[in-house]
Design a protein around this ligand. Structure first.
Ligand SMILES: O=C(O)c1cc(=O)[nH]c(=O)n1[C@@H]1O[C@H](COP(=O)(O)O)[C@@H](O)[C@H]1O
Length: 248
């Protein structure tokens, strides 16, 4: 496997533009960056222009969660930025998911850009089975709930789902083959789990069927981010690539 085929998305989970640029400069080999709630709230779309000017791919992770009319408006606007991936919570329900799927097409068409792949959060990777039962009062087993949310997203016309690596195999086997599966909560054996509750290693996640891995702090908070990146890339190179598929 060459480095081009390494499907790792690194989140720019930093507070401001200067810190984001410093991180992008520190890791020139990263081709796919995620812009999430912290950075987008602080800088707005400026960071997207910077990433585009450097020919980087962009995962705009705003995790929309609202009524159909509101998520549709937000998705129309976000699609106009010409990003590659966009997130919404599956728990918005089918009406909102369908409205969002339609809205990204309309927003992209209006802006003359390619529509982003709209992917649904099934269940945040920071939630444990115990929290699902006792905090969220969901009476299903966690893997069943994650699968139901992925199937709801698929039925509603979304392009894929975000799930923990612990559920990805089941989703891969059940959802259609071009349904994109993106896994955060990935942790090399040498890194801290932090607030992630349902993690696996990078090679385990890819072997289980993940299309993309979102790996943040093990790389970005490492004393030497480039070394951490290289270690993960080396780990993935030693594993079979049969499950790796291109995004386009
Ligand atoms: O949508 C996401 O990317 C996401 C979904 C989820 O269920 N869990 C999750 O951790 N994420 C994001 O993935 C990244 C994980 O970062 P690290 O825990 O530092 O590797 C963060 O930017 C989270 O916002």
């Amino acid at each position: 496997m060459n480095d081009e085929k390494i499907k790792i998305i690194v989140p720019l989970d930093v507070p401001d533009l200067d810190s984001a640029i410093a991180l992008i400069n520190k890791l020139p080999q990263v081709t796919f960056w995620k812009v999430g709630l912290e950075l987008f709230t602080s800088t707005g779309p400026k960071i997207l222009d910077i990433l585009k000017s450097r020919q980087k791919r962009i995962f705009l992770d705003l995790k929309f969660h609202d009524i159909p009319n509101t998520v549709a408006g937000a998705c129309r606007a976000a699609a106009g930025y010409g990003v590659d991936l966009l997130t919404i919570h599956a728990t918005c329900g089918s009406d909102a998911l369908k409205a969002a799927a339609e809205a990204v097409e309309i927003g992209a068409q209006k802006a003359g850009t390619k529509p982003p792949q709209l992917i649904a959060i099934t269940l945040l990777t920071s939630i444990s089975p115990r929290q699902l039962a006792f905090d969220l009062k969901i009476p299903l087993e966690l893997p069943e709930f994650a699968l139901e949310m992925a199937l709801l997203a698929e039925k509603s016309g979304l392009n894929g789902a975000v799930c923990s690596p612990q559920e990805v195999q089941q989703l891969r086997e059940t959802c259609k083959s071009d349904f994109l599966l993106v896994c955060p909560g990935v942790r090399p054996t040498w890194s801290d789990k932090g607030d992630q509750k349902r993690s696996l290693t990078p090679s385990q996640a890819i072997t289980a069927g993940a299309d993309y891995l979102v790996i943040g702090r093990p790389i970005t908070a490492a004393a030497e981010p480039e070394l951490a990146w290289n270690l993960i890339v080396e780990e993935l190179k030693t594993f079979p690539t049969k499950n790796q598929r291109p995004l386009d």
